[in-house]
Design a protein around this ligand. Structure first.
Ligand code: F6P
Ligand code: MG
Length: 444
């Protein structure tokens, strides 16, 4: 039950998988080392926390060295609940894999799981998130768009006719899509200007951006959302900070317009791909928005802006209290497997999600997992690339800015057209292009 095309691997010269393994992972691992060291600076050098900190640093160094020397992937050594399933997958599917020869998707997930091992075997650092500070700092720098959206929200949820709803939907879905452009594991490639442009919420900017959506099922998706009444909508979230903020804006709009009576946010269980949302990040975001000292002091904002943000965030907190918004996580989201295995490896989760009306998969990694991270012909239909079980699932949509090689769903000749104006790296891996791919599914 595997796709008939090869998986991406770091052994492919010049691939983004190779670049990630050689260049990007060491930077990410180094940032975790810096965080541990900075936390240790606040500790007494004779205390048990500090001594454990030194062990953690040794563990992370070993991991870095294994990658550099292209060693085989070893079994997971801790006793977290997911350790056994990691090890059985390693034994069954990747017994001879090394850091370069193994599949890029599995290896990259494994790297974050190995990093996690360094912390979860300790007593004092079990809950330490080496990416927490980066997540918060980038959210802080997104204030322009945060206040712009808060100011706009009352306009978006006031009573309006069908045509106006559609218009607002178009805007929000694009805001939610481009919010994915700012994941922290890719930040090394982007200028601040790029990020500001991609976070833009003004209408004309979004119209300009739409030409970069190379597979655009926004209208198809609307055909379904338009008919929903008090539905159940799931998000398989991606990044914390600005991205989850815009996910909350979309969720809020779906609830306010009664398209959904319940929205479920599926988060990661462990620190993941630097910026991904864990359940604890959501209340942190709420508190940050409500803290008058959180955003930089020179931020241009009026009292009305601050009040608009506060009103919106209080409403979000109430959704959580009342169960209209559920924040949850499941270890399957932090496994190394493609979503082709969702039904067989996490049947409870699959069945539960099947009862939803729509599942919104956010971001690049979720897309890679949906399409098995392999080298499909670019014109393969999305329905085929997601595999039979997901094609027979409930309706799904992937909102993804293109940050890695895999892509499907293009029209004949479209690739050639795109490549007249963009290099391979630009349209496939830089986050400046995107896809909105929808499959109606077969709800029971
Ligand atoms: O490191 C590879 C990768 O999966 C890229 O595909 C992407 O740059 C990043 O990590 C994660 O992106 P996202 O946050 O959109 O899933
Ligand atoms: Mg991410």
């Amino acid at each position: 039950n595997n796709p008939p095309y090869p998986a991406y691997r770091a052994t492919a010269k010049g691939s983004f998988a190779e670049d990630s393994t050689i260049r990007r992972w060491p930077i990410i691992i180094d940032s975790a080392i810096t965080e541990v060291k900075e936390a240790m600076d606040e500790m007494s050098p004779h205390g048990p926390e500090y001594i454990e900190g030194k062990e953690i640093l040794k563990g992370i160094d070993t991991l870095k060295d294994e990658i550099l020397k292209d060693k085989p992937l070893r079994l997971i050594h801790d006793d977290e609940t997911d350790a056994e399933s990691w090890n059985s997958n390693l034994r069954a599917h990747f017994p001879f894999a090394t850091w370069f020869s193994g599949t890029w998707l599995f290896n990259e997930c494994y790297m974050y799981r190995r990093l996690r091992e360094c912390f979860c075997i300790t007593t004092y650092w079990k809950d330490f998130d080496p990416f927490a500070r980066q997540k918060i700092a980038t959210f802080r720098s997104s204030y322009t768009s945060v206040f712009a959206l808060a100011r706009k929200m009352p306009e978006l949820i006031k009573p309006m006719d069908k045509e106006e709803w559609k218009f607002v939907y178009h805007e929000l879905i694009q805001v939610c899509l481009w919010g994915n452009a700012t994941d922290l594991s890719l930040l090394t490639n982007m200028t601040e200007e790029d990020i500001k442009r991609l976070q833009a919420t003004e209408k004309h900017r979004l119209e300009e951006q739409r030409k970069f959506i190379v597979v655009d099922h926004i209208d198809k998706l609307w055909e379904q959302i338009e008919t929903l009444e008090n539905g159940k909508i799931e998000f398989v979230l991606d990044n914390s900070g600005f991205e989850v903020f815009v996910d909350l804006v979309l969720a809020d709009w779906l609830i306010q317009t009664k398209k959904a009576s319940q929205v479920i946010f599926n988060c990661k269980t462990i620190p993941w791909f630097v910026s991904d949302v864990m359940p604890k990040d959501v209340p942190i975001l709420f508190e940050s928005c409500l803290d008058p000292t959180f955003f930089p002091v020179d931020t241009k904002r009026t009292t009305e802006d601050v009040e608009a943000l506060e009103k919106m965030v209080r409403r979000w907190q109430q959704y959580v209290q009342e169960g209209q918004l559920i924040i949850r996580s499941h270890p399957f989201w932090c496994s190394g497997l493609s979503y082709w295995y969702l039904k067989s490896d996490a049947p409870g989760l699959y069945n539960d999600m099947h009862s939803s009306d729509l599942v919104i998969f956010k971001g690049d990694l979720n897309y890679r997992k949906l399409v098995f991270c392999c080298d499909w012909p670019v014109t393969t239909p999305f329905e085929e690339a997601i595999g039979k079980d997901m094609a027979n699932f409930t309706s799904i949509v992937s909102l993804r800015t293109n940050k890695a090689d895999p892509i499907v769903g293009l029209k004949e000749g479209q690739r050639e057209e795109i490549e007249k104006e963009a290099t391979y790296n630009e349209w496939r891996c830089s986050g400046k292009y995107a896809v909105v791919e929808y499959n109606k599914g077969h709800k029971k």
